[in-house]
Design a binder for this molecule. Structure first.
Ligand code: FNR
Length: 371
């Protein structure tokens, strides 16, 4: 739980000028263990760093004297209208950052007209969050081993008014989250994935020395496959977006299976270390699917110019994870709203200075190729 002695800021100090300014403010307000959980990634955190570094390596190609009159950032995605392409990524257990948890994030996203994806591992009931939402909410689904429970959960999600299922497929087994382990992170009592109450759990797996630690375990034997995705499609009227794709072949398969979209994501570097940055994986995926389904991207978005670069290389929208939680820890709902507003303002600046009136005009020619 957040430190008692550092409450969230009552007002946002004027020197908070950029998204990254929230990071130190959050760190002062979270326990060391919770901070390790939030910031950390898998193993040596090479992918965590690379997600941001890859954006920083790309250069923009400015254009002058373009007609910007009537410019805007609106888009339609899965048949839904959004004011701008900056979405809130699904992040579990947001009460580790702020007592209001996901409720504050929903209110902020609604105020800013931002799409938000609520995690399966939210600490608050999905119905209560949906009641507060004024912008479309999507639900991130971890398909449960207990498929009957999964079907019931999906029906709850539909009944509550969520507009899409974002099925996370890049974490069938947990990553080696060493930073978290070293900090002794554990969920505090009183905080749990309330929307999963009643789901039958897999039996605990202990691998005696000399036997495979993972292979043969119930976790691996019942791990999700494309067959389960086809099954899931039969259970719901909601569009299904696959989250956690880095390989062009998997994105093409998602299109073949009739899915509604793909999130190019490496889970913020939290599952398999040393996979590439998402922005480096995006161009080949965009080429392979060639518009058959929309691509979203997350991982390392810290600036409006990062949003712009993702759109230039083939994404329709982006999702933001850790920075939202930094702002939540630092200043609650107003902080989250501020981060979303900053990213949108910086995106608009980048569009104006590269001569793009609309998101559709942001293309590869806006990335500097040299020469
Ligand atoms: C996540 N992410 C995540 N993804 C998901 O599908 N379900 C989840 O419950 C969570 N939980 C979660 C917790 C924390 C603390 C983090 C940092 C991330 C991954 C998230 O949706 C997203 O892919 C990354 O956070 C994007 O990278 P950035 O924006 O954090 O760099």
């Amino acid at each position: 739980m957040p430190n008692e002695h550092k409450p969230p800021l009552a007002r946002i100090p004027p020197e908070v000028a950029a998204v990254s300014d929230y990071e130190p403010l959050a760190r002062e307000r979270m326990t060391q263990a919770a901070w390790s959980w939030l910031q950390g990634g898998a193993a040596d955190e090479i992918t965590v760093r690379e997600n941001q570094a890859a954006f920083q390596r790309l250069r923009l190609a400015p254009r002058v004297l373009a007609d910007l009159a009537g410019g805007h950032t609106r888009l339609t995605l899965l048949g839904q209208s959004f004011d701008h392409p900056v979405f809130v990524a699904p992040v579990a257990y947001q009460q580790l950052a702020h007592p209001d948890g996901e409720m504050a994030t929903v209110l902020a996203a609604s105020a800013l007209g931002a799409g938000m994806v609520v995690s399966t591992q939210a600490g608050l009931p999905l119905e209560g969050l949906a009641r507060q939402a004024k912008a479309p909410l999507w639900f991130q689904l971890y398909v449960q081993h207990d498929r009957g429970f999964t079907r019931e959960l999906v029906h709850r999600v539909e009944a509550a008014g969520y507009r899409a299922l974002v099925v996370t497929v890049d974490a069938p087994v947990s990553g080696a989250r060493n930073r978290e382990q070293r900090a002794g992170f554990a969920l505090p009592s009183g905080l749990s994935a309330v929307n999963l109450r009643g789901a039958a759990q897999l039996p605990p797996h202990t691998a005696p020395p000399g036997t495979p630690p993972l292979f043969g375990s119930p976790l691996v034997e019942t791990a999700l496959t494309w067959r389960d995705i086809a099954w899931l499609r039969q259970q719901t009227v909601l569009p299904i977006v696959l989250k956690g794709v880095l390989a062009p072949e998997d994105a093409v398969r998602a299109a073949d299976e009739g899915l509604a979209g793909v999130v190019v994501s490496n889970h913020g570097g939290r599952v398999l270390d040393t996979v590439p940055a998402t922005i480096d994986a995006l161009p080949a995926i965009a080429r392979a699917v060639s518009g058959r389904l929309p691509l979203l991207l997350d991982g390392g978005i810290r600036r409006g110019t990062d949003v712009f670069k993702a759109l230039a290389l083939g994404a329709s929208a982006v999702l933001v994870g850790r920075p939202v939680v930094h702002a939540l820890a630092a200043a609650g709902a107003p902080g989250v709203a501020h981060v979303l507003q900053l990213l949108r303002a910086e995106l608009e600046m980048a569009m104006a200075l590269t001569g793009c009136r609309t998101l559709a005009e942001i293309d590869q020619s806006r990335i500097w190729r040299g020469g």
